[in-house]
Design a binder for this molecule. Structure first.
Ligand SMILES: Cc1ncc(COP(=O)(O)O)c(C=O)c1O
Length: 416
C-alpha cells in the first residue's frame, strides 16, 4: 500500500509538524480581502441580484462573463490572441474535469501515458477509471519525447490520452521545453491521442521577476516561458486545464479548460452538467469580479510570485547548505510549489525516512507516490517532494533542519 500520510483530518489537527508534504497555500497567502470585497459586491449589486446569473443553475459551459474575462486575462498574461470565449469551459477545478474527461473520452483498459514522476492524485483518478497507466521517462525539459522510444510506445501502446503537468511540474518542478510542446502536439495529430495539459502552476512564474534593488519590488523581465498549451487549442487534440486553487484558494473549487469549440461543446453536453448546471455560478461570480478589476493579476505579481520566489530560494539554499551536493541532487525551480530532492545514495528509502521525519516534526511526500507501476516506484524510492507554499521562510529553515536530523537518525538506525 502507498505510504500517503497526508490524511487531511490528521493534517489539520496536528499543529506542531512542519507539513512540507502538503501542496496548499498557508493562511497568509489567501487573499481574504479580495474574496470578501468581491462577495460583498455580489450581494449588494442590484443589477447582479436582478439578473440572477449567480443565484441559479449556471449555463452548461459556465458563466459567460467569466468566460469572456478569462479570455482577456489570457490575452494579457499569455499573449494568446486566438482564443474566444467559446474555447473556455468553466470547471469545478482540475480534479473534477480530469475525472469528467476520463468518463467522457476513455474506457476501462485504455492507455494513458503520464510523466514519471507524475501528479499523484491524477494517478488516483486514472486508477479509479481502471486505465492502463504507463509512466514515461522525463528529464529537466519534461517528457523525453524527442527520442525514438516515444514512437515505439505510441505505436505499441496506442495511448488515448497523454497527461502532462508541463510547467513547474508537480512534483519535480521541471518545465517542458518549447520544442517538446510543439513535438507533442505534432505527435497527437499523427497518433490521434488527446493531450491533457494540467497547468495549475503556469502563472506562478518567478523567472519574470527580478529584484529592482531593495529586494522587495520586482520588475517584469522580458523572459517568456514556453507557451501555455491553451495556445494549441486549434489543433483539436489539446485540452489545457487551469485552476483558481493555487491562485486564490482551493475552497473555491473553480477552474477552466481551454480547448477547441468541439471539445467545449462535448464537455458541456455531459449528463452531470445538464443536471447540475455549469460549474458553481456563485463562486464564478466572485472570481469574475476579482478578474475584471485586474486584482488577480496584481495579486499574482505582487504577492504570490514575490513571496513564493523568496520561499523557493530560502528552501533551496537551506537544503544545499544542510545536506549539500554530497548527499542530494536538487534543482531550483523558477516557479510553482515544489522542490524535488533525490538522495545520491540509491539505498535510501524515503518511505522509511518519512516515518522518522514525522517523529522529528516534519513531513514530506516520498517519491514512490508519484509513480504507478512497481518498477517506476522503485526508481523514485530515494526521492522526496517538499512544498514551499505551506510554510513561511522561518518554518522552511526549521523544516530543513528537522529533515537533516531525521536523515542523521535514519543513517544510524536503518542504513548502517
Ligand atoms: C498538478 C496538479 N493538478 C491538479 C491539482 C488540483 O487542482 P484543483 O484544486 O483545481 O482540483 C493539483 C493540486 O495540488 C496539482 O498539483
Amino acid at each position: 500500500m502507498d505510504l500517503d500520510l497526508e490524511d487531511r483530518t490528521i493534517k489539520r489537527s496536528d499543529t506542531t509538524t512542519i507539513k512540507l508534504a502538503v501542496g496548499e497555500p498557508d493562511a497568509t497567502m489567501i487573499p481574504y480581502d479580495l474574496l470578501s470585497k468581491a462577495t460583498h459586491e455580489l450581494f449588494n449589486d442590484k443589477i447582479s441580484t436582478q439578473q440572477s446569473t449567480h443565484w441559479v443553475y449556471a449555463e452548461d459551459e459556465g458563466n459567460p462573463d467569466l468566460r469572456h474575462h478569462i479570455v482577456n486575462f489570457l490575452h494579457h498574461t499569455c499573449r494568446i490572441a486566438t482564443l474566444s470565449y467559446e474555447n473556455i469551459f468553466i470547471t469545478n477545478g482540475v480534479s473534477a474535469i480530469l475525472d469528467q474527461l476520463c468518463t467522457m473520452f476513455l474506457r476501462a483498459g485504455d492507455t494513458v501515458l503520464v510523466e514519471c514522476p507524475s501528479y499523484l492524485y491524477a494517478l488516483s483518478i486514472f486508477r479509479d477509471h481502471h486505465l492502463h497507466i504507463i509512466s514515461y521517462e522525463t528529464d529537466d525539459d519534461g517528457m523525453i519525447i524527442d527520442s525514438k522510444f516515444i514512437t515505439d510506445v505510441l505505436e505499441r501502446a496506442k495511448p488515448k490520452m497523454i497527461y502532462v503537468v508541463p510547467t513547474f511540474q508537480n512534483p519535480s518542478g521541471f518545465t517542458m521545453s518549447h520544442h517538446r510542446r510543439e513535438l507533442l502536439v505534432q505527435l497527437s495529430l499523427k497518433y490521434h491521442f488527446l493531450i491533457v495539459a494540467d497547468e495549475v502552476y503556469h502563472f506562478l512564474d518567478y523567472s519574470k521577476k527580478e529584484p529592482n534593488g531593495n529586494g522587495h519590488h520586482y520588475n517584469e523581465k522580458l523572459v517568456e516561458h514556453p507557451k501555455s498549451f491553451a495556445a494549441y487549442h486549434a489543433a483539436g487534440t489539446v485540452i489545457a486545464l487551469q485552476s483558481f486553487s493555487k491562485l486564490l484558494t482551493p475552497s473555491l473549487r473553480l477552474g477552466f479548460a481551454c480547448a477547441s469549440h468541439e471539445h467545449v461543446n462535448a464537455m458541456a453536453r455531459y449528463g452531470l452538467i445538464h443536471s447540475g448546471g455549469g460549474a458553481s455560478a456563485f463562486t464564478s461570480g466572485i472570481v469574475d469580479r476579482i478578474l475584471v478589476q485586474g486584482s488577480l493579476k496584481r495579486f499574482i505579481d505582487e504577492k504570490l510570485c514575490v513571496e513564493y520566489s523568496k520561499r523557493m530560494n530560502v528552501m533551496y539554499d537551506e537544503l544545499m547548505r544542510t545536506f549539500g551536493e554530497q548527499y542530494i541532487t536538487c534543482r531550483r525551480p523558477t516557479g510553482g510549489y515544489f522542490l524535488w530532492v533525490k538522495f545520491n545514495d540509491t539505498a535510501i528509502d524515503c518511505d522509511q525516512l518519512l516515518v522518522i521525519a514525522q517523529k522529528h516534526g516534519v513531513s514530506f511526500k516520498p517519491g514512490r507516490l508519484f509513480a504507478h507501476d512497481p518498477e517506476s516506484k522503485a526508481r523514485l524510492a530515494n526521492c522526496l517532494r517538499l512544498c514551499i507554499a505551506i510554510a513561511d521562510c522561518d518554518q522552511l529553515r526549521e523544516g530543513c533542519l528537522r529533515l537533516k536530523q531525521a536523515f542523521e537518525e535514519y543513517k544510524n538506525v536503518v542504513l548502517y
